[in-house]
Ligand binder design. Structure first.
Ligand code: ADP
Ligand code: MG
Length: 502
């Protein structure tokens, strides 16, 4: 585990006209379960399919159709709960949340209000080296997604696509433990990272596979601490919920705008209404969608089509035994190899990056391997807009380059040329070095011969360098040039010093 002393980050303070204000934020994240089939039907969940082509009779609410729970989706929720160190409820139950909307043919969503499958857990959110906060998870429940209304295909009509109807979602509800916009974004980033490591949600925010409802309230300094001591919500301000955010940048902007809007209301003598709002990124403001008074009465009741969901501890244990190493543990392990907090964070951001690095570093110098993966490989892939999975250079090839540097067969400068050759043309690095004569010249005789020639040709420069030792660098540069960058820099430096002082 990460063995660091953590300081909690400071809450964001906004100066109002009359007082300082602090932010309190709680997130409800909807994560689409990675599964080939839907939560209660065998229909495909493939993204981008022809509209209404992935719809089972039960998804379109044909009369008499019954939902059948997908065991894999349940396992994914359990896996997620375990990854968030949460309680797994061996008995949970599904409820109907009733409302009318054209993209919801059943007239209700099947969800888990009273007995969610996952209880309390936690997410460690780091805000910089040694600065972190634990955000508590209140619950995770399984529910169905709705379909999609399409209003922009025809001026007079709306259409509906039911492909997404019935796809499994996990709603991950945090406690109001988040204290600023950056922390909110960092929380979503961390949650997404864990879900991707677990393979329970692909976290594709553009496709809407991960979206957040952001609850924001403001309070005066000290109030949050009183809430923490008592868990009494009356110490906190009234919250507004900003719906359906699917970008880290917009989440931060929306929180900032919403907090300032609430401060203006309270300082103007008004009261914040509890309501659901939408963020408009073009205008940079949140606007009301519906207030709590006109909120839906969902008439929740246990879904009569589904028995309570009973799972066995042994099954949960099997899933637990099969969990992959998660980001915090992986990062800690990389830091134990001697990597900095920063390097370890960069390398563990995506599991495929960490896997790649570990293959390069296996049996090699970790720091040197990290430099080559982060600076050279990631830099080069970024230029080409390629992911690590698409890297033209394999971990074995990059490891081969690191070996050649470590053995001082090639200099650091030549290694960059070699990297470019292997990246663009492929090949075994050692063989490329051999074939193209890229080996470092460590033979002092050859270096000495080159240096002697330069000294003989530049007597004035030699005199100056004897008075001003800094000019020795010029000779080093000349030798490197004369040897096509292949001279061992250490050997060159030594010889230049010897000759100029001797
Ligand atoms: P609802 O059913 O109305 O959505 P929940 O109890 O599920 O209400 O809470 C929704 C979210 O609101 C949770 O993430 C919770 O942490 C957050 N929350 C509750 N009170 C506050 C508050 N005063 N300020 C900010 N967030 C809050
Ligand atoms: Mg809610």
């Amino acid at each position: 585990m990460l063995d660091l002393t953590f300081e909690p980050p400071k809450p964001k303070v906004i100066q109002g006209a009359q007082s300082d204000w602090e932010l309190v934020i709680g997130l409800e994240v909807h994560a689409q379960v990675s599964s080939k089939a839907k939560l209660f039907s065998g229909a495909s969940t493939a993204f981008g399919a022809e509209p209404n082509s992935n719809v089972a009779f039960v998804d379109s609410a044909m009369p008499g159709m019954l939902p059948v729970i997908n065991e894999f989706c349940v396992a994914q929720a359990v896996r997620t709960g375990l990854g968030l160190k949460a309680e797994i409820n061996l008995t949970s139950a599904f409820d109907r949340k009733n409302y009318f909307y054209p993209d919801l043919p059943q007239g209700y969503q099947i969800s888990q209000l009273y007995h969610p499958i996952v209880g309390e857990g936690e997410v460690l959110v780091e805000m910089g080296p040694g600065v972190a906060r634990l955000v508590r998870i209140e619950r995770i429940h399984l529910e169905q997604d709705a379909g999609k209304s399409i209003h922009d295909m025809d001026p007079a009509m709306s259409f509906v696509d039911l492909n997404r109807t019935g796809v499994a979602l996990m709603e991950i509800v945090s406690r109001p433990d988040i204290r600023g916009p950056e922390e909110a974004a960092a929380y979503v980033v961390k949650l997404r990272q864990i879900l991707r490591y677990l393979g329970t949600c692909d976290g594709n925010m553009q496709n809407g596979n991960l979206r957040a409802d952001v609850n924001v309230s403001i309070c005066q300094p000290g109030a949050y601490e009183r809430y923490q001591e008592t868990q009494d919500f009356s110490h906190l301000g009234t919250r507004c919920e900003i719906k359906n955010m699917n970008s880290m940048r917009f989440i931060q902007q929306a929180i900032e705008h919403e907090a300032r809007r609430q401060i203006a209301i309270v300082e103007g003598g008004g009261k914040v209404d509890q309501e659901t709002r939408l963020y408009d990124p073009d205008k940079g403001e949140t606007r009301s969608m519906r207030s709590k008074e006109e909120a839906h009465d969902y008439r929740y009741f246990p879904c009569p089509d589904l028995l309570p969901l009973e799972i066995e501890q042994g099954w949960v244990d099997d899933i637990a035994a099969d969990l992959p190493e998660l980001p915090d543990a992986k990062k800690a392990r990389l830091m134990e190899l001697g990597l900095t907090d920063y390097d370890a964070s960069v390398l563990t951001a995506e599991k495929e990056d960490a896997d790649y690095f570990e293959e390069v570093a296996a049996g090699r110098d970790a720091k040197l391997s990290a430099n080559w993966v982060i600076n050279e490989l990631f830099g080069r892939l970024k230029q080409d807009e390629k992911s690590t999975a698409e890297s033209p250079i394999t971990a074995a090839q990059l490891g081969g380059i690191v070996d050649l540097i470590k053995a001082e067969t090639i200099s650091g400068k030549i290694a960059k040329d070699l990297f470019e050759i292997v990246y663009t043309e492929g090949g075994d690095p050692a063989q490329v070095v051999e074939e193209r004569g890229m080996k470092q010249v460590t033979d002092t005789g050859a270096i000495e011969a080159a240096l002697d020639e330069i000294i003989a040709a530049n007597p004035a420069q030699v005199e100056k360098a004897k008075v001003n030792p800094k000019l020795a660098g010029w000779f080093v540069g000349q030798v490197m040039k004369a040897t096509g960058g292949k001279a061992n820099p250490k050997a060159v430096n030594q010889l230049v010093a010897q000759k100029l002082n001797g």
